[in-house]
Design a binder for this molecule. Structure first.
Ligand SMILES: [Zn+2]
Ligand SMILES: [Zn+2]
Ligand SMILES: [Zn+2]
Length: 284
């Protein structure tokens, strides 16, 4: 089953340009003579397959991203974690949710659920509690665990695909990456626990956090992410969640051919067929 992955945003939490900064990358990001690939909005992706659109995160730039990509529907959202650069666009699901026959499912870990309920409290009130009729029609769905209680590899079947939880470490937080068919998206990651590594084999596309050239306590940096690519051996890898310390063209030149920096609006095509689904063997 073919899937188109679109990078809605590829920037770090502050976005690029960083407000107030006049460095070469921030200037290039917004100058007509600059490199538009240096303009990085807050990170998220959309996945289009089987006539459905599934998002991973809705950041603070979601409205502008949806306008830019002419996005007309959202059928589900998987959240990676509760930080502002990943959740604050949730309210912009409102008009899309009114067009949807059923509430849009939002898949969340317990921390993200409690933060969403707090930040968008008016959305999750019952009508008896004074819920606005114009609130987003969304439904919180806790991410499942496996029968043995573990999160790693727990599966969420959706629209003919299977999304798998891939626990990753984000500084002091444990957050969620996802694998879907032959691709995986691991944003906001400072490390990948050993238990998650077996679920990241045989990938066509691996998308990793690579904040900047120097190490950072809660984000992977270039050399560390390159080392993960060499260890996991996906066919192609793309870096995201990037700061203004990475110039697109100059950094790409330093990378091996199968690793590229992602940029806002970049589209990738891959097979989202679940590995265990009937019919997959026929395509091998
Ligand atoms: Zn982030
Ligand atoms: Zn800058
Ligand atoms: Zn974060």
């Amino acid at each position: 089953m073919d899937c188109t992955l679109t990078f809605l945003g590829t920037g770090t939490s502050m976005g690029v340009p960083t407000l107030g900064c006049t460095c070469a990358v921030c200037t290039s990001a917004v100058s007509p003579e600059g490199d538009h690939r240096n303009r990085r909005t807050r990170p998220s992706i959309s996945l289009d397959f089987n006539s459905k659109t599934v998002l991973i995160d809705t950041g603070a730039d979601f409205h502008a991203q949806a306008v830019r990509e002419r996005l007309t529907r959202v059928d589900a959202v998987f959240y990676t974690h509760h930080h502002a650069d990943h959740i604050l666009g949730m309210d912009d699901l409102r008009p899309l949710s009114f067009r949807s026959p059923a509430p849009i499912p939002l898949f969340v870990d317990p921390t993200t659920e409690s933060i969403l309920r707090r930040v968008f409290h008016y959305t999750f009130r019952s009508e008896a509690e004074g819920r606005y009729l114009t609130s987003a029609r969304v439904e919180l769905n806790p991410l499942p665990t496996r029968d043995d209680g573990a999160a790693v590899g727990a599966e969420i079947p959706l629209f003919g695909a299977i999304f798998q939880r891939i626990p990753i470490i984000h500084g002091r937080e444990n957050v969620t990456g996802y694998r879907f068919g032959s691709a995986a998206y691991l944003t906001d990651m400072s490390d990948i626990p050993d238990e998650s590594l077996p679920y990241l084999q045989d990938l066509d596309i691996l998308i990793l956090d690579a904040l900047r050239p120097q190490p950072h306590p809660s984000h992977s940096h270039l050399a560390k992410s390159i080392a993960f690519v060499e260890q996991l051996k996906p066919r192609r890898a793309f870096f995201t969640h990037m700061s203004h310390e990475l110039d697109h063209a100059a950094t790409d030149l330093t990378l091996p051919d199968h690793i590229r920096l992602a940029y806002d609006g970049l589209k990738l095509h891959f097979d989202i067929t679940p590995a265990s689904a009937p019919g997959h063997a026929e395509t091998l």
